[in-house]
Design a protein around this ligand. Structure first.
Ligand code: PLP
Length: 368
């Protein structure tokens, strides 16, 4: 099988699995228990916290473990004070968009920031807002569908001087490009374990110095009182180990993915009728979103699946729902072309041979 859907999820790295297994087999202690078995679990969590923090250049006590990117995004958005002015980009993941929409009527002002035809967030929407201290903006670092990377420091510099709280969803960026919490200058940043060869159901919200976070889950006061519930120790350990591996391997992964992606894109653009979306924007090195004139994306996805090739026709959720991608809509992509959109997201273990095989199969399906 050729797995080309690494933005949806990644296979677990065997080194991650090995790190997790002792916490599933032997060390079952509750991290809040005071005896030795409990302390083993506690210590494993704190090691993982250090590993995740080190990867994003944050302090360990700024890392709040969650059940994934979705929970981290919800935690950030649910902390926006009522009466705040709020801006989110028009291309946010549903786990930012939906909680923002759900709370919209409590906000003083709410706006969705437009993107240009390459999927780049336009600063004009931010400049049009009347910002005061405590207001809130959320702009994702890298988009899951197009791979477009936003210049967060440039977009948010002025907001920061006005005391606006800035959140970024860095779920797709992590492990593909360097992600530095201090260099981004944001107050809150969401991460997910299963996009970086870690386990599903792991993630974190990184929280800046001056942010007092209210929990959305109340109970035992775990995670510095920000996220109650007995910790998923094995998943947290796996997330930490996955982060640690990236510290050593990001450079080589980045180079390899960039090489594969440019080979893939070159071959795709040789096919008549192919458009690469967001081609002119700065993008993650692994992601290509393309469309073929007069070819239905869902149909193509199913045909590729029959040949053992997994791709996506948009974000994972959008694929399942069969709705046209809101991201492509925000970019002003012709709806006919959007219907044909296919996302290939490469991973660290893909090869040039797989890229070539994919192109052969694709050409056969569309008869060129
Ligand atoms: C940009 C982005 N944010 C958030 C999420 C949600 O993360 P999780 O699957 O860990 O809940 C995803 C997953 O698809 C994503 O792509």
């Amino acid at each position: 099988m050729i797995y080309f859907d690494n933005n949806a999820t990644t296979p677990i790295d065997v080194r991650v699995l090995e790190a997790m297994l002792p916490y599933l087999r032997r060390f079952h202690g509750n991290p809040s228990s005071l005896y030795r078995l409990g302390r083993v679990s506690r210590s494993a969590i704190e090691t993982a916290r250090e590993q995740v923090a080190a990867l994003v250049l944050a302090r360990p006590d700024q890392v709040i473990f969650t059940s994934g990117g979705t929970e981290a995004n919800n935690l950030a958005i649910n902390n926006v004070p009522a009466n705040a002015a709020v801006a989110i980009s028009a291309i946010e993941h549903p786990s930012v968009f939906e909680p923002a929409i759900a709370r919209k009527s409590y906000f003083r002002q709410f706006s969705q920031l437009a993107v240009d035809d390459n999927g780049v967030v336009q600063p004009s929407g931010l400049q049009a807002m009347q910002w005061v201290k405590g207001d809130f903006a959320s702009i994702m670092l890298a988009n899951n569908e197009t791979g477009v990377v936003q210049d967060i420091p440039a977009l948010t510099a002025e907001l920061k001087t006005n005391g606006v709280t800035v959140h970024t969803d860095a779920v797709q960026a992590l492990g593909k490009i360097p992600v530095s919490f201090p260099a981004l200058g944001v107050d809150l940043m969401s991460l997910s374990g299963h996009k970086i060869y870690g386990p599903k159901g792991s993630g974190a919200l990184v929280v800046g110095e001056d942010i007092a976070l209210s929990p959305q889950l109340l109970g035992g006061g775990q995670e510095y009182g920000c996220r109650a519930g007995t910790e998923n120790v094995a998943a947290i350990v796996g997330f930490g180990r996955a982060a640690q591996i990236i510290m050593n391997e990001l450079g080589q992964r980045h180079k390899k993915l960039g090489r594969l992606r440019s080979a893939l894109e070159g071959l795709l653009l040789d096919i008549p009728g192919v458009t690469v979306l967001a081609e002119q924007a700065q993008r993650l090195p692994n992601t290509v979103m393309f469309a073929i004139k007069n070819v239905d994306g869902e149909m193509l996805l199913m045909q590729l699946d029959k040949q053992g090739i997994a791709v996506s026709s948009g974000s994972a959720c959008a694929s399942a729902g069969g709705h046209p991608s809101p991201v492509l809509k925000a970019m002003g992509v012709d709806p006919e072309l959007s219907k044909g959109a296919i996302r290939v997201s490469l991973g660290k273990d893909n090869t040039e041979q797989e890229v070539n095989d994919f192109i052969v199969v694709l050409k056969k399906i569309i008869n060129v």
